[in-house]
Every structure is written in C-alpha cells, then in structure tokens.
Design a protein around this ligand. Sequence first.
Ligand code: AMP
Ligand code: ZN
Length: 467
Amino acid sequence: MELRFYNSMTRRVEPFETLVPGKVGMYTCGPTVYNFAHIGNFRAYLFEDFLRRTLEFAGYEVRQVMNLTDVDDKTIRGSRQAGVPLKDYTRPYIQAFFEDLAALNVEPAAVYPAATDHIPEMEALVQALFDKGIAYKSEDGSVYFAVDRFPAYGRLAHLDRSALRSGVRIDADEYDKEGVGDFALWKAWDERDGDVAWDAPWGRGRPGWHLECSAMSMKYLGESFDLHTGGVDNLFPHHENEIAQAEAVTGKPFVRTWMHCAHLRVDGQKMSKSLGNFHTLRDLQGKGWSGREVRYVLLGAHYRQPLNFTLGALAAARTALARVDECVDALAARAAQSGAEGEALPSRLGDFGRALADDLNAPEAYAALFAAVRDANKALERGLSPAAAKAALDDLRAMDRVLGFVFFGRAAQAAVPADVQALADARAQARKAKDWAESDRLRDALAAKGWQVRDGKDGQTLKPLAQ
Ligand code: AMP
Ligand code: ZN
C-alpha cells in the first residue's frame, strides 16, 4: 500500500517515505496547558490520530511524540493570577487534556514530554547556536536567533528572503511573513515571570516556545525524523523556527514530511480562545453529545479543508453512527448462526484503503464504510451466510481500527458523560436493592438525557438514543 500525502515543505502530494523502512518517527505539537483545549485544537489532534492509525493500517510501526507546553506567557499569567506555582496551575489542565483524548478515543503517544522537564536540553541547543555564531544576546539579556545568518531560513514558509529584517527582534510568538525578524530563543526574566526562571550560563530567564519543540523532538526522535504535524497556524513562525534551530546546529535535514490541518471554524471564523467563539469537549458532553459523535464530525471533512462546526452536524453524526452500530449488531447475530446458506458480499476494504492512501481522504473513507453497511443491510434482508457476515464484520473492524468510532465492544468503551454515568451507577445500586420504582425513575432520567439503558446478564449497558 503506497501512501501519498501532501507535504507542506514541497507543496505537493507525494509518496510517503521514511528513513527506516517500516518505521515512522512522528512529532506532534501538543497543547499549551493554560486552559481546557477547545474542539478546534481537537480537530488537529484527531487529524493526527487518523494519520497515525492510517500509517498503522499500512503496516508501519509508529513512534509518536507529543509535547506539552507548560511554560509560556499564558501559563505564567494564569498561574500568577491564580496565585499558585506553575506546575500546580498546569497539572489539572494536563489531566483534563488526557481525559478528553480518552473520550475522543485518540491513541496515546509514546511520550508526552513537558517543556519544564527539558530545560537542560533546550539550554544545550542555545549553547550550540552560540557556538555556531547564530545566537546572540540582546541588551535586555534575551537570546535571539539571527535569521539572516542561517541561509536556509524560510523554506517551509516559502519566504522571500528580502522579507528578513536583520537585527529586528520579534518577541511575540506570532508574527506575519511581511516583516520577519530575529526570534527569541531565551527570554530574559522580568517581574511578570515571578519565580518562573532558570539560571542559564548566559543569564536568568526561560526558553522560547519554538525552542522546546526542536529540543524535545530531537531528544526523542533523533536529529532527523520522518513526520511533523500541527495546525496550519503552526507553519509560520513556529515550524519554520523549529527547522532553523535544529538544522543550524546539526547541519542535517530535520524532518522529511510536514503535514498541517486546516482550521475548524465557527460562523466563518477560526475557532479560538482569543475570539471567544469556542466549544470545549466538556461543553458538548454537558449538552449530551458523546466523544465518538464529536470525533465523527471533526474527522469527516478532508483535513486540508476548513470545517465549519455546527450542532446539526453532531445530530447527523448520531444518526449515522447508530446505522453502523445496528448493522454491526445484525451482522454479529447472523454470524453466530449455524449453516452455510446465503449470499456472499463484496469487500469495500480496498476502496477504504485507497481513500486513506490518497492524502487521507476521510470523506471517501466514510463513503466506503457506508457502502459496506448498505451492502450488508441489503444482503441481510435477502439472506447472508454466517461466513459472509463474519467476513463483513472483519472488514468493519479493520475500518474501525482506523476511524476509531468503536463499533465493537461499545458498551465497555462508549464515552459516557459523567452525569449520565452517575445516573446509571445510581440505577445499578437501586436494582441491587430491588428498588424497582427508583430504577424506573432513573431509566427515565437517562432517557431524558438521550441515553438508553439495557439490562443484560453482565449488568446494564448504556447506548445513546438515536434521534
Ligand atoms: P495551541 O494550544 O494554541 O498551541 O494549539 C494546539 C494545536 O491546535 C495546534 O496544532 C494548533 O495548530 C491547533 N489549532 C488551534 N486552533 C485550531 C482550530 N481552530 N482548528 C484546528 N486546529 C487548531
Ligand atoms: Zn511545536
């Protein structure tokens, strides 16, 4: 299976190649843990999860590294306002992030390095840049990367080098391509930083955001690795600067393939914390939507196309997922029957794989899934052999390993909101105590929240009510 991906570096869809056959080293820019991640951020993390599962489907062994940005202007500001040490401020948001990833059924990365645990690695990189004559210290004690001293600066962002402003220093994390200046590797301490500071040989301060990803990716994946991902807003300056910091020191190509997902939008605008137009996963769970429904919506558009988020799309996801669930249940029932009579089914797995290989074409992959469901439903009506039902289930299981909607073993894994789970737990207690009236009342309370409860020999299972 030959995978073809759009590489932001070459601006072409090209065959995906790795340094070591069969293995992929993948780095994913992770969250800044000063608040709850919003579903725009999760669009990026789900695209990356889909990419990783596609690589695994194609037979690669993937080592994924995702950083946690736990020191920057925003985390420091938050911890100072809350009056707690930085680590105490970021810890609950890191915890919440992992809970959200689990609810969205995102496969865990191999390592989640936190910036504050890697200050020595970052200092070593700054020192190496001093040694090469590319880093310099400004009057205020901050250390900058001199972009005009690194001839390859601007490759990923396709910058016109005449945009480089030598000696102009840019302190902010975001800036546009028109006036590109030197970027901060190390920010000198000032009183707004409180006690967040490290003593480096060139002075007291803290690392710049870009530096952390170069230092940690090379630590865990080597000086050159295969794949680096993020949202389009990471392209410039963040990823451009990562390349500069790494390649200026090693003299080796940093990353072969760069992939970026387009933004999630609301009412035609980027969903972002600064615009205040965002939903967190928790908000949506509180309204009765499940992680798998959010996952279905966020993965459904091609990753390079902007996606406009609506609650209506979640309702459509609920219906679509229920169709597949019902088909899986019916196929499982048929597969459990004896006898060999009935018709066979064509496999849609080839179409599914071709869609993935074609630059992660999610809409086509969904189409292959629903074609398989349509075929199966028709054949079930006419009489499908148990062996064919088993084969159809195997196909759906293989598709679900990539899509991650958990059509199998749902009861155990369904992401149930905490309030719904609490009602279900109370109902289980009531049934143990043989309080049938209370049990029925709780069943109705669950239904009012959009959940159906079923009692089986292994206890009760919860299922979202199809709308
Ligand atoms: P941040 O915590 O802002 O550094 O963002 C974490 C990740 O989410 C990065 O990969 C961003 O590119 C991505 N991201 C931020 N906002 C959006 C959005 N509205 N749609 C898609 N990805 C986003
Ligand atoms: Zn990064």
